[in-house]
Design a protein around this ligand. Sequence first.
Ligand code: SF4
Ligand code: SF4
Length: 449
Amino acid sequence: MLRIVLFVSGCVIFLIIFSVSVISLLENEKSASLKYFITGCVLALPFFFLAGTGFHGNGLTGWILAGTFLFVLILILIPLKPANFNKRSIPESGYDERDTMFSRNDLVPGSQQFIDYYKMRPENRVPDDLFRANPGLLRGGTVFYNKAAFAAAESTFETVERLHFLVSGMKSNNRINTDRETITTFIKNWGKKLGALDVGITKSKDYHFYVVGGRRERYGHPIGNNHEFAIVITVEMDRQMMASAPASPTVMESALQYLSSASIAVQLARLIRYLGYSARAHIDANYELLCPVIARDAGMGEIGRMGLLMTPRNGPRVRISAVTTDIPLDTDSSTHNPAMLYFCTHCKKCASACPAQAIPFEDRSNIDGVLRWQIDSEACFTYWTKAGTDCGRCVTVCPFSHPNTLLHNLVRKGIENSILFSRLALKLDDFFYGKRPSPKKIPGWLPGN
Ligand code: SF4
Ligand code: SF4
């Protein structure tokens, strides 16, 4: 009987780990695949050895081994939720878009806006002069300059720009006559048909919006929350394109997914206006709101150590756009996810991998009334202007960025279920994928410089 239990346990262990090894190979994680294969052999071997002829009489050793296997299995499957992860609070004051790095990057030296801004924020002048001394995003002379890749990204960003004139417009006088549930289902499903990974809905709150605009025609103008609802759209960023981050494919992928999410948002906003309601799309370089915060409130994830939205199935490997509107909609519940915050508290992989040391290693702290992590956006952006790309190293190394497959979703479920599993998953991620994973090679189809 014992020999059968041991043999079956050995087979189960080997087959599970061997399948993971094959999946990793398909995910282009060659080193992880080899490690999984070796681990499967090492773990299964003692079971086969004891089940074989060599240890016939040694029943106690066999039972201890089988018992340990079962004990570990039960331990990681028992629900054990993290404590001390308080509920969310809302910020005490709004955020001025003029303080974002993109707005500061837009300032033309010598212009009135430039002079006024540094009169208002003299402390930002020195760090901003540092990034201005670098070649800049998508410019020649940067570390990851690639003519073809940068041209591809630039042309896609220009296409996003062309969509700016579609973000708002007149609504039809002929209002649709339907109920809230039907229209919510319709909009969500159509958003997904248009290519969204996920569509969430929340009531829009004042703290979701910038208090003052900081780019283009919005510069210096107060921004109001004049719609009751927000539809938030996520699109997936391709893992293979991100794998070589911070090299040039990352900025191509960013541009592409900004375009995808913008295209969905402007179409949904136009659709709602056709239905007789007001709607405004919020897309790249034309956001009036803070995407991670509104997406979190629409039940789409938590905000992690790197300050980005961490979705349950793709982690931070998403881009976000939104539509604010007055069409009556059913909202999604914004479920607090302490398991994700617990994992983030112990992980710190993004902080170790960040080439600009812009991500904190410390625990969350109280910033403007909210317990959260805050990245050093000046250090991050300054690195971008040297690299020429928007980096994305933190997104790529995050364990939640693994593909949305059964294997990784089981691990994500385990992390949600138990803090013991969470700690184990973190150690295993470090072992199999590396504590500080190296960037992969850029795709072979991309021309050189
Ligand atoms: S890499 Fe780790 S610490 Fe950073 S956001 Fe992802 S889970 Fe959190
Ligand atoms: S994008 Fe790059 S530089 Fe910026 S925080 Fe992430 S890893 Fe650091």
